[in-house]
Write a protein that binds this ligand. Sequence first.
Ligand code: SF4
Ligand code: SF4
Ligand code: FES
Length: 236
Amino acid sequence: MSEIRTLTIDGEMISAPAGATVLDAAREHGIRIPTLCHLDGLSDTGACRLCLVEIEGNNRLQPACVTRVEEQMVVRSSSPRIEKYRRMILELLFAEGNHVCAVCVVNGHCDLQDLAYDVGMDHVRFDYLHPQREVDSSHDRFVLDHNRCILCARCVRVCDEIEGAQTLDIAGRGVASWIVSDLEERWGEARSCTSCGKCLLVCPTGSLFEKGLRHADSSRKADFLRYMVNVTRRQK
Ligand code: SF4
Ligand code: SF4
Ligand code: FES
């Protein structure tokens, strides 16, 4: 039988299995913490920092998706400080890429856009970097627009952990990082790609999409992950 930890989130005393993350525990009890790089069914990397929470006794905000519950932990998922950070992170993501929602294939179905609405982000206070990034349309069926990529690595993880192809990876550092295929070949030349399309389904922005789609044409169906994870577990 698994051990149980008792903790408090937003004043509510709850229990969670040892090893669960603060995010798991919060969601299990109906407490919403915003996320971007996290997706149920994939491993967590703590990349986006949208899920930051306050933990009593720790001055630094901690990402809920990679922080394990501890006995007597006291967590706050919302405060003026946290809201300020979340908004700043979102503004930086918009400023670092080229996110023009009005002409995007996932306009209205975009996690980044939804989160910006949620925090009331009506403008960006940072200078836009307007990077000149490549749009890789070398694949027969799919397009990778690096301009809209926020480096959440969901595509990298689904390709590795669910499809098992290991086609995608992140190369470079900081804002100069980018998604690469195989040995930094163009996607269409990556021989390991099975063209399964799973990376498109989990991308939270319009960075990955199917050829031939027009503005606001594409919706995401990341729910397939839960089904696949359950099937894989049953097979083991
Ligand atoms: S289409 Fe499938 S195999 Fe190809 S990069 Fe995407 S997830 Fe990986
Ligand atoms: S292509 Fe999409 S899923 Fe992949 S890292 Fe960029 S934003 Fe995330
Ligand atoms: S969702 Fe936790 S760091 Fe991205």
